[in-house]
Design a protein around this ligand. Structure first.
Ligand SMILES: CC(C)(COP(=O)(O)OP(=O)(O)OC[C@H]1O[C@@H](n2cnc3c(N)ncnc32)[C@H](O)[C@@H]1OP(=O)(O)O)[C@@H](O)C(=O)NCCC(=O)NCCS
Length: 146
């Protein structure tokens, strides 16, 4: 069974483990603990039965929110988990009255760009040379509430 559980301070370790499987530059458990301690942090971990398979982390401030990171375990990709996590997050943000959701994605990250496009995000800006190594960041956004 697939469920999404809201993230809290107890999830720093699981976030660090999932993030470490997905990114070349993993964030530390302490970094996640600091983020999860903030009242503005939102997010969820996707469980397959009891096994964590992905997570999404966001910040919501003054009616707007930003995806800080989203990741699915490599072996579990292309099964709709990323879509499910993003959809879950957007639903909860709407319930909280958040009207617009932003994110940044590396221009060469085809999988993430395709996920975001499929979820209704549109490119609103480019940050040239934003990432280490010089890759551009695309800023994408979508409206959640009219
Ligand atoms: C981006 C990521 C979270 C997507 O998770 P996922 O569970 O594989 O995505 P889904 O299966 O829900 O895909 C949803 C849709 O996105 C698109 N998509 C996802 N991965 C894709 C890929 N590799 N190539 C092309 N399209 C892709 C497709 O439209 C897909 O729908 P479809 O399978 O019905 O065609 C995952 O690839 C990941 O963890 N990547 C590493 C971390 C990362 O880059 N995070 C984003 C940082 S901005």
């Amino acid at each position: 069974m697939m469920t999404v559980e809201p993230l809290g301070p107890a999830h720093a370790g699981v976030c660090a483990a999932l993030h470490g499987e997905a990114f070349a530059r993993p964030w530390t458990e302490q970094a996640f603990a600091d983020l999860l301690a903030l009242p503005t942090t939102r997010g969820g971990v996707l469980l397959e039965d009891t096994e964590p398979a992905g997570f999404v982390l966001l910040q919501a401030v003054a009616g707007e929110a930003e995806v800080l990171t989203i990741a699915v375990l490599p072996a579990r990709r292309r099964g709709g988990l990323g879509r499910r996590l993003l959809g879950w997050a957007m639903e909860r943000l709407r319930d909280d009255g958040v009207s617009r959701l932003f994110l940044e994605v590396e221009a060469g990250n085809t999988a993430a760009r395709a996920l975001y496009a499929a979820a209704g995000f549109e490119q609103v800006a480019v940050r040239r040379g934003y990432y280490e190594g010089g890759a551009d960041a695309l800023v994408m956004a979508r409206t959640l509430l009219p």
